[in-house]
Every structure is written in C-alpha cells, then in structure tokens.
Write a protein that binds this ligand. Structure first.
Ligand SMILES: [Mn+2]
Length: 342
C-alpha cells in the first residue's frame, strides 16, 4: 500500500524500517549523477537500516561530477558504489532516495518492484506497488526527511553523516534561501551543532581542474539573452552536473527571470532550467518543452531533463530543444542577444 506522509502518531521511520524487515540486502539508490542531497540521504538511511540489522549498499548510476560533490564523498569517507559494478540480483530490496521511478534520472523503471521511495520532488506518477512512499514536495531537501527519521528512531548519526546531511540541506536550499520549509530550518540547526564545519568549508571551496574555468568561458561566450530568458549551450560536457551549475550561475543575471543550460555528455543531452519566480513551475515547463523527446522532473524553481541523442541527430535535437524551451517560456525566438562581449 502506498501512502504519503504521516497519518497517525506513528512516525514514518517506523513504517520505513518495517518495509525492510525480512530483507537481507538492500540497495539504496539516489538519482543518477547524484548530488549531496541524494547521497547524504542514502548514507543516513544505510546507517538506520544497518542499526536495525539490514545490510545495505549505496550505489549510483552515472557519475559524481561536481567538484563539491566529489569533495564531499572524499572528505567524509563516503563510499558509494558505481551501479555498473554490482549485480542487482543480489539485492532483495531497493529504495529510491531523492528520486522517483520512471522520471528518467534513475535506473528504476516505473513498474519495477521497489520497496521504498523517499523524495521531496512532486509526485510524478502513482506508486501503488511501492510498499513505503514518503514524498514531501513542501520540503527543501530529502536530507531533512531523513534527519527526521534518525531523530524519531532515536538513532545518533555518525559525525560524517551528520555533516553530509548538513551540507546537503545547505547546498540544496542555498542556505535555506531557496524552497526551504520550517522543517528544513529545524534540521539545519540540529545538524549545525554536530557538523564538522572545517570539512564543510573544504567541500564548498573544493579545488577544481583548469577545464572547470573553460566551462565557464564557454558558458558566457555562448550565452544569449532572449528577453526574459538567458540560455547557453555548453556543447560537449564531461558531466551533466556542469549543466546544472551553469544554469544556477546564469540566473544571477539581473534582467531575466529564467536561465537555461544545455550540454551533451555521451548520448544524452542534459537540460537545466532555473527561475527566480517562486510561483513558476519549472518542472512542468521543462517537461512540456521536451515532451516526446526525453524525460524531465524538478521543483517549482529548478528542473532538469535528459534527451537521448546520437552523433547524427545531436545538432538537430539541440536546436529543437532550444526552440521549444524558448517558446515554452514565452521568450523571443531567433538568435537572441549575446550576454557579454569581451
Ligand atoms: Mn534533493
């Protein structure tokens, strides 16, 4: 039976743990190219499951691309396993964290048998076959949901995991300034007292390779302003995370309320969309824009999508995505105006 939220005095964590009773080996999956929120949430849940006698493994599809995310994993000694190195048949229970089935950003298909979905993105489809569903779109981070689980279960999280959860809420909500709820604020303060702030600083100011600056150079050079929208195309990127980071970066442009970034890694076109309008629906906008081409999901002010491409059609599909995005956002079509000139 699927249920969302708490309907009795019984805390959701009790139902979460019950859903895994009898499981021997659980697979905990954040979305592909995982961010701090998915990773921290998965490791905290692993700790909870292990404390209740369930062996659990945190795995991920794609890659951990962003320098801060790599630094988080390294600095805090987290050890997520690339999914491609695992035999998924060895696990008898799967949980999705910070993700939902069928959204295209994780390897789980909509009809796959999974035990639990814990997420803060709006519910994408019915999850009738999932034993435990806790989806809270009002929350700014999945890390907040999981922090509540530990609190309610009376489990003290190790310092590294508390630090990871703290950094997750911080980065996901831009220090509680973006889509944060009172619950996020409460979890943030609770974790602040336990987090290793030296580690947080090392993560946040992670060192980067020279190519990182090249990405910004391309982003600015290729950026075009179409009225209310600034859009750039990074061409080939080494990870989809770069696309999201640049979309965040461009949204600081004073004269726009939307920023969009496109980039291609291997056979996937990644698209990120951001808005300063708290009443906008970036998730719906991007889903409409790439309908029939790919899959997408997201929150009100930030969303992402992925479109499969081949070497033959990448250019044509990129142009189509660009055209449809601009149309969806009511922006001027055509070449646009160069963002900056040297
Ligand atoms: Mn999240």
């Amino acid at each position: 039976m699927a249920e969302t939220g708490n309907q009795t005095d019984r805390p959701p964590v009790a139902d979460f743990l019950e859903a895994f009773s009898g499981a021997e080996r659980a697979l905990l999956l954040p979305h592909d190219n995982p961010d701090p929120d998915g990773l921290a949430g998965a490791f905290a849940l692993r700790h909870l499951l292990t404390a209740h006698g369930v062996d659990a493994c945190v795995a991920f599809g794609g890659m951990i691309g962003r320098a801060e995310n790599r630094a988080m994993v390294r600095t805090l000694g987290l050890d997520p396993t690339p999914l491609s190195t695992l035999d998924v048949n060895e696990f008898d229970a799967v949980a999705l964290i910070d993700a939902q089935p069928g959204t295209g950003n994780n390897p789980v298909m909509a009809d796959a048998a999974i035990r639990a979905v814990i997420d803060h993105h709006p519910l994408v489809g019915p999850l009738d076959n999932v034993r435990f569903v806790d989806v809270r779109p009002a929350y700014g981070a999945t890390a907040t949901i999981v922090t509540e689980y530990a609190r309610d279960a009376g489990v003290e999280l190790p310092g590294d995991i508390a630090t990871a959860l703290f950094y997750a809420i911080r980065s996901e909500t831009q220090d509680l300034g973006r889509e944060a709820s009172p619950a996020d604020r409460e979890a943030y303060v609770e974790l602040l007292m336990r987090a290793d702030m030296g580690a947080v600083a090392r993560i946040q100011r992670a060192r980067v390779p020279r190519e990182y600056f090249g990405t910004y150079l391309t982003a600015i050079r290729e950026a075009r302003v179409h009225g209310n929208v600034v859009l750039t195309d990074l061409g080939v990127v080494s990870s989809a995370d770069q696309v999201a980071e640049i979309a965040d970066f461009l949204l600081r442009l004073r004269e726009v309320t939307w920023s969009a970034c496109i980039g291609r890694s291997r056979h996937t076109l990644a698209v990120s969309l951001r808005t300063t309008d708290p009443f906008a629906h970036a998730g719906y906008a991007i889903r409409r824009a790439i309908k029939g081409l790919g899959t997408a999901g997201g929150h009100g002010t930030m969303a992402g999508g992925q479109v499969p491409v081949s070497d033959d059609n990448a250019e044509e599909i990129t142009a189509e995505v660009r055209r449809r995005l601009l149309a969806e956002l009511g922006a001027e079509a055509g070449e646009g105006d160069a963002l900056a000139r040297p």
